[in-house]
Design a binder for this molecule. Sequence first.
Ligand SMILES: [Zn+2]
Length: 182
Amino acid sequence: MDSVHPPLQPRCAICNAPPFPECHHEGERLELALHQAQDRWAGVQRISDWVLNQARLQVLHLFARAKASRLEAHIQYLHTLPYYGLWQHYNGRPPLPPREFAYLQDQLRNAETNLRIGVDADWRKACLMYPEMLDYFFGLVEINFPDEKSEMVVRPQPGRRRARRDSGHSDRGSSKKGRGRG
Ligand SMILES: [Zn+2]
């Protein structure tokens, strides 16, 4: 039967050019529509937001832990410095000979500088974990597709689906009726 008819290839939907050679308009327009639909779908944004939020929490957590232990080591080191107890007791104005005083001040300044450099390094290291963390949390997202043969795939009702989403509550009752096979 089909062989009786000439092949019915439609013309380009955009510029009305003959089907052969194939022109690029339809492919380009479809890709654009796909991107626009993706932008409209809240799922992309929800997944990105969730993944980013989890990754950020973990990176901040890693940094906070590294910073806390670095601060602890810093304080421990300060206590090993000669006259540090005296320094604390006199709120930074210990009655020391000028030479000892200058030496202690120097040590404290060095320790402070090292602490700042260390904290910056901790932060950089934590930030370098972002790609790995993002991959990890994307990997935890579960994506479900409906059955290819399900009614909502075989007989889509785009308008209704959108109306349902906009109204914010489902009309599962009526869609169940539509699902009955017969
Ligand atoms: Zn065209």
